[in-house]
Design a binder for this molecule. Sequence first.
Ligand code: NAD
Ligand code: GLY
Length: 359
Amino acid sequence: MQLLVDLGERSYPIFIESDAYRSENLSPLVENKKILVVTNETIAPLYLDQLTRQLDSAQVVDTLILPDGEQFKTMDSLNEILTKALSMKLNRKSLMVAIGGGVVGDMTGFAASCYQRGIDFIQVPTTLLSQVDSSVGGKTGVNHALGKNMIGAFHQPKAVCIDTNTLNTLPEREYAAGMAEVIKYGLIYDADFFGWLEENIEQLKARDEDALKKAIYRSCEIKAAIVKEDEKETTGKRAWLNLGHTFGHAIETLSGYGRFLHGEAVAIGTLMALKLSEELSLIDLSVRERTAKLFHTLGLPNTIKGISSVSEFVDVMLLDKKNVNAKIRLILLSKLGEAVLTEDYDGDKMQSVIADFVD
Ligand code: NAD
Ligand code: GLY
């Protein structure tokens, strides 16, 4: 299966196949070029050789293996990638390849965006979350001690190669966290897809290949449509992808990076956003109940009791990048299959939703 992210001269293909990074797909982009492949210590023993074998038409291939973890998504790691690129004497025609989850993809993309003012890169995402979200759309970056993903750039990849076989080695929690992002697409954009996910949740939980490919394809299709409409998040449409993220980022920050995976925090944040949408009479209770049922089937966590006070939670939400004029902008649901970016809501209701979850 193949999709196009249609962005004019910055358009690129997404290959969704069991051998998506085969040389036939990669050769047109890597032929006679110097290639730096970036990955981490977990992915390297699993997939690095397999990938580099497919780069046989390149002029030079070298690799950089970074430590694994969100805590290494830093300026220091970025510097390591850039130092490696300089020591290899990569030039403007050279290319970086990121193989790994969203952490490796975001950092490598950012390094590619600023090396010699921007070189090409390819995403080979290996987590479900990175396959359906972070590898598509060109958001790249690193964390700062004062905030997550605060330093970065928009830089679209030249191709995204989604090898669904890589999911066979993905730990259960990581898989469920990625599935939460798949469910997000149904909630914000496609009620029928949401219904299809409900019907197929057992097959998806069991990683049935056909069901999984369909879920990844539809998720990427929706992401590509949203990115085409609002590439740099200027109209608010792209912000829909952040359903549950403002609450989720606060959960990640307040619980200390590590207790919850990003997708797990977003899943709880999504339930908070749905509850607030409900309190504001935008949707009825059934949407949250149906979503909670899907999350429960996947074994996602559903409590953050005691992580902070309501006021601490609100303070962290105030740091969100979507905010302007010191008001917390939120993505809420206006109906199943449609979201809205708003700062026009009753703040007391938001605080009472936070209290429901943290107290
Ligand atoms: P991750 O990159 O940390 O990967 C999760 C874990 O799974 C890691 O330990 C990784 O080494 C391991 N792993 C990856 N693939 C594997 C495989 N096939 N088999 C076994 N283990 C494997 O986390 P993630 O969930 O992929 O990405 C989260 C990151 O993505 C966050 O930093 C988040 O900010 C970012 N993100 C970016 C965007 C974007 O638009 N750029 C969107 C969403 C999330
Ligand atoms: N994951 C949010 C975005 O790509 O905009």
